[in-house]
Design a protein around this ligand. Sequence first.
Ligand SMILES: Nc1ncnc2c1ncn2[C@@H]1O[C@H](COP(=O)(O)OP(=O)(O)OP(=O)(O)O)[C@@H](O)[C@H]1O
Length: 332
Amino acid sequence: MTSTDTLASPARTGDAPLAIDLRGLHKSFGPVRAVAGLDLAVRPGEVVAFLGPNGAGKTTTIDMLLGLAEPDSGHVRVLGMDPSDAIAAGRVSAVMQTGGLLKDLTVAETVRLSASFFGAPAAAVTDAMARAGIAEIAERRVGTCSGGQQQRLRFALALLPDPDLIVLDEPTTGMDVEGRREFWTALRADAARGRTIVFATHYLEEADAYADRVVMVSHGSVVADGSAAQVKALTAGRVVSATVAGGVDAALQAALHAVPGVVDVEVRRDRLVVRTTDSDALARHLLTATAATDLEITARGLEDAFLALTGDAVTPTSTPAPTTTTTPGSTR
Ligand SMILES: Nc1ncnc2c1ncn2[C@@H]1O[C@H](COP(=O)(O)OP(=O)(O)OP(=O)(O)O)[C@@H](O)[C@H]1O
């Protein structure tokens, strides 16, 4: 691991070191630049959502902060330590998406077995199970537990060493709504006790509901960092699309930019796509002053925020239409 201790350091907040201090991180897999100059400072007690589309570099970053992968270059400190030292000291726990559970053990046996590795007392077992909300299913075999219950069991295991930092990589992927709700209820109750929590997710709703800070990642670097409200504001407003007979020329684009509330104007194939905070004014203009037909007005979503910030669609599996964008000013 490359760690540059001579870097001028925001590494401490008061007397406590930062929970996570990543600076200038780079990691490539052959030609793929998974993480490209990522900086992130997380203070103790923060609950941070790491939000990004598939392939943004979230898991690779988490692997580096857990000491599971070596950065090509950059600085990684966790609680002021090398990640592997922080984990060996029981100060960091991780909850990953899958794996690690023995299906034939009961929930309680699993927690007790794991506690025996740490030499944790019986009280820690009871406490972790209660805090993860699995006390009622203690005698159930792991193989018969739902995905949500298994994730809460993983969460209980992560709580056993009473870590300062818990890192979760897309912990609710594949869970149903009820499972997700129960999982986050348990996590949130624990976060209220002051533990630092960082979780990766694709879901803006999860980031909004459970994090005090949202870090949006794309192409291996941070493209937005703020409160959930600030990131939600990126998705505020409406998208108005329309077909314009004869195409969209520069004069029409300029005229649309002059309509109050218009944020940006795109042309996707034969459709005009305009982001605006005043869809009524724009619709009125399109219908009365242009040849636009077939108007559609939709709420802006996360995908649209990602498009505005990065020019990417949320999933690389979707095939974005050829797009030209004219944006007055930068969205960064
Ligand atoms: N071991 C690897 N070998 C080759 N390429 C990899 C490897 N791990 C990750 N990548 C690539 O690095 C990029 C970042 O992947 P990463 O898993 O970090 O993204 P992510 O944001 O966690 O995505 P997802 O939400 O889909 O899990 C992707 O293009 C991915 O295909």
